[in-house]
Ligand binder design. Sequence first.
Ligand SMILES: [Zn+2]
Length: 266
Amino acid sequence: MFSNPWRAWRHWRRQRFLRRYAIGHSLWAQIMRLPMFVGLDAVERARLRELASVFVHDKVWHPKETLVLTDWHRALIAAQACLPGLNLDEKRLQGWRDIILYPAPFWAEHEQVDEAGVVTAERAVLDGEAWLDGPLVLEWQTLEHEAQRRHPHRSVVIHEMAHKLDMGNGRANGMPPLHPDQSRPEWTETFSRAFENLQTRVEHGARHLSLDAYAATNPAEFFAVASEFFFCQPHALHQHEPAVYAQLSAFYRQDPRQRLPHPVSF
Ligand SMILES: [Zn+2]
C-alpha cells in the first residue's frame, strides 16, 4: 500500500492510536446529526472523526469555575474546530496546545497601548478568544446552544479557529497563509471591498447587512465572521457575498453550499 516505509509506519501508528482513542461511535453519531455536519459524506465523516479524535487527545483541556469536563464537551468542540481543517494540511490545526473552557460567558481584561503610549485596561464579557501562540478560550453555554440550533446558527468555535488559522502567518489580519494556487491580490481586493462596504453600511445604520455588524470591527473579525457564515449559513453568504464565498471555498477547499440544505428562511 505504501512504497515509503516512513509513511507506512505513520499510517500504522495513526491506526493504532484510533483503535485506542477514537471518539466513540454513539457520541460521534449524535454530533453528526447537528445542523452544521449535515450532508458530509461517509469519507468526510470518517476523516473528521479522525482529526477530532487527535484534537481531543493532543490538546490540554482546562475546565474553569464549576464546569465538569466530559467527553461530550471535548468531542463537540473538537468536531467543530476540525471542520474548517477537513481538507487542509493537518499541521494547520496544530502549533498550539491549550483550550480553556468556561461554563458561561466570561470576563476578560486586556491592556491596550495607544499611539501616545497610554495603557488602558479594557474589561469585556466574551464567549471566545484566540491567543497568538496561546490558548483557545471558549464558553460552553453559547457554543452548545449554537450547535443545537437549526437556523440561523453560528459557531463561536469556528470563529475562534478561523482566527487561529489566520494567525498561521504570524498575526490575525484577515489573510491566512493562502495555498500556492490562490492569488493574494484577488483575496485582498475581494475582502477589502466587502469589508469597506459592510463598514459603510454599519456606519449609516443600514438595517439589512450581508454579515453580522461585528465583522465590520476589523479585517481579522471580518474573516472570522465570514468563516462562520461559510460553514453555518453558506447559502446566505453566497447570496450576499459571492466573491467572498468563492475565496473561502478556495481556501478551505470545501463547498458547504453543496451539502447543507437551503433553509426556508433566515
Ligand atoms: Zn473574533
